[in-house]
Design a protein around this ligand. Sequence first.
Ligand code: GLU
Length: 254
Amino acid sequence: MKRVVVKVGTAVLTQNNEIAKVRMLNLVTLIAKLRTRYKVILVTSGAVAAGYSTLKLDKRKQIGKRALAAAGQPILMTAYKNKFDIYDIPTAQILLTEDDFDSGKRVTMFQEIIDAHLDNGILPIINENDISSTPEQLFGDNDQLSANVAHATGAELLVILSDIDGYYDKNPQENKDAKIYKIINEIPQDLLFDESTPNNEFATGGIVTKLKAADFLIKKGLKMFLCNGFDLSAAESYLLQDKHTLGTIFESKK
Ligand code: GLU
């Protein structure tokens, strides 16, 4: 079975500083279906936002962000567990940092853990370890973390479920005539130096971190699909019916 990494962002998973339960359930239902065809690894954000539901700290401060992530990570995992239980899917939590990808020894360690989970029908749920890591040890966004996870775990595809339908030729919030690119083979390198532009106060990503993730994967010969996480129909038709309706595919020219 092919491996696929599914990454979901804070904007999709939370609403008014609470877990968006229906959206999470829709995601869990999609993953249950995907598991008939793929070995799935989930990379999830949302810990910092979920932490804010019980702890009102300033997430722009390092200590605030860490304390929120520490409070929110179990809330996030409990919400996932309750929903994956409906489908009898056992889950495991894996927290990684950028540092884990620097040493071959550490990469092998988490690869073996993930292999053991996938071989035994367990769904690995990965987030960045915001809690005990210094800023230098972190990617800082789960787009790049998930791209590195896809590469390190031998996945063929990274699916990013986002608050946008795909990658547009211009900012869709400012331009009504903005069009979605269906396929991108190469990322113009100057775009990778732009500032991050998250659409949610608890998210760290935005389009720039997605382009960085896509650039990394294209250069490794892997594929990324960016699509809407609120309405999962594009993800479902692409992954389960091999139909590319909406969403952007990033892959190197064949
Ligand atoms: N690790 C952060 C969290 O769980 C999210 C990072 C991101 O937004 O990409 O809240």
